[in-house]
Design a protein around this ligand. Structure first.
Ligand code: PXL
Length: 291
């Protein structure tokens, strides 16, 4: 039976200040008329991007009984969506969650949140990267940024990557398990002022690219925003390239709405000013099919 609204299990941390993880995911998916059921992995006073001495309460030990209760009451989900994870054990718990609640119909989305700008986040390590490689085997869709894609493949982070090389990365990542691989923040080669999202769909061997003007800013949480819009869009029945368009357009509008104000970028994009854009149609589609 079709549910009146789609339902997502969102396995992420709650960071109280800074607009990342659940404080981005819940408003975005709710605005897209999707029910979010959070599985909190940790509670932090702030996200880790640009704040020091944040408090970090690891919820690993509460997650098993939380999930068991859901299994007992027999709820199911249209999508399982995981992001930032705080320990190797949490990665294993997400893997078990997918075994328990995953099926042929629902969408398993793993955003392998591990780092940015060529570096791992302070809470990550090599062991976690290795476990993440195991977790992505179970995903239908993964959305690494350029840095995370490099770490998953053991490749060097190089700003001048050619389109052929990115295609090779996408195919190699899809060979690790996921049906659809989406790499975000791909620097455009030859020094143009653009950044791209490039995706590969293993089913039909098609590569899609959506580019936008690069803005020299770094707002944490935009990756969470991107993947949330993508999830909402696919659950609404959009095609992959339209979902990519929607996600890029929304994040671009959020960055542009924020960049003109003078405030610390570590506070994230001004989501509250743009949330209503999520219900606008994609009027100017800009995706390209790569040869
Ligand atoms: O936006 C990804 C993210 C999620 N959760 C925490 C983070 C970050 C990125 O810095 O620190 C706690």
């Amino acid at each position: 039976m079709q549910r009146p609204v789609k339902r997502v299990a969102a396995i992420h941390d709650l960071s109280g200040f800074g607009r990342a993880s659940l404080t981005m995911i819940i408003p975005i998916l709710s605005a897209m008329k999707v029910q979010v059921c959070p599985v909190p992995t940790a509670v932090l006073s702030t996200h880790t991007g640009g704040f020091e001495d944040f408090s970090f309460v690891d919820l690993t030990d509460t997650m098993e009984s939380y999930i068991q209760h859901w299994a007992k009451i027999g709820i199911d989900f249209d999508c399982i969506y995981s992001g930032f994870l705080g320990s190797t054990k949490q990665i294993d718990i997400v893997s078990k969650f997918i075994d328990l609640f995953g099926n042929d119909e629902n969408l398993k989305v793993v955003d392998p949140v591990m780092g940015d700008n060529g570096k791992l986040y302070t809470t990550m390590n090599e062991e976690m990267v290795n476990r993440m490689k195991m977790l992505i085997k179970k995903a239908d869709i993964i959305t690494p940024n350029f840095t995370e894609a490099a770490y998953l493949l053991g490749e060097a982070y190089e700003e001048n990557i050619s389109e052929d090389k990115i295609k090779d990365w996408l195919i190699r990542l899809a060979d690790m398990g996921p049906k659809i691989v989406i790499i975000t923040s791909v620097p455009d080669h030859k020094g143009s002022k653009k950044t791209s999202v490039i995706a590969y769909d293993r089913k039909d061997h098609r590569f899609w690219k959506v580019s936008c003007l690069y803005i020299p800013a770094h707002f944490p949480g935009t990756g969470d925003g991107f993947t949330s819009v993508l999830v909402g869009s696919l659950l609404q029945g959009d095609s992959l390239p339209i979902a990519l368009d929607r996600s890029v357009q929304f994040i671009t509008s959020a960055i542009r709405a924020s960049y003109g104000f003078d405030y610390p970028q570590r506070e994230g994009v001004l989501l509250e000013r743009v949330l209503e854009n999520l219900n606008m149609p994609v009027l100017m589609s800009s995706y390209e099919l790569l040869k």
